[in-house]
Design a protein around this ligand. Structure first.
Ligand code: ZN
Ligand code: ZN
Length: 74
């Protein structure tokens, strides 16, 4: 559905902006280094609960409390 050229959020593993939503909700895959990531419901840094928008949007991948990336490698 994504038609615009969008250099998405940077991959935590390789730092390249090729993180893309996968077919599973809450899952992301880096098309550059092929690492897979899962969106966390609780911030790994401050423990704040995130508001997970289970859409293709990547805007809510960061903790709105401390700004940490709420992704874990799977
Ligand atoms: Zn990567
Ligand atoms: Zn946080």
């Amino acid at each position: 559905m994504e038609s615009s050229v969008n250099l998405g959020p940077s991959c935590p593993a390789c730092k390249e902006p090729w993180l893309r939503p996968s077919t599973l909700p809450g899952r992301y895959r880096c098309v550059y280094c092929l690492h897979r990531f899962e969106l966390l419901s609780v911030c790994p840094d401050c423990g704040e609960h995130g508001t997970i928008v289970r859409m293709s949007s990547t805007a809510d991948m960061r903790c709105n409390h401390c700004g940490a990336l709420m992704l874990t490698e799977v």
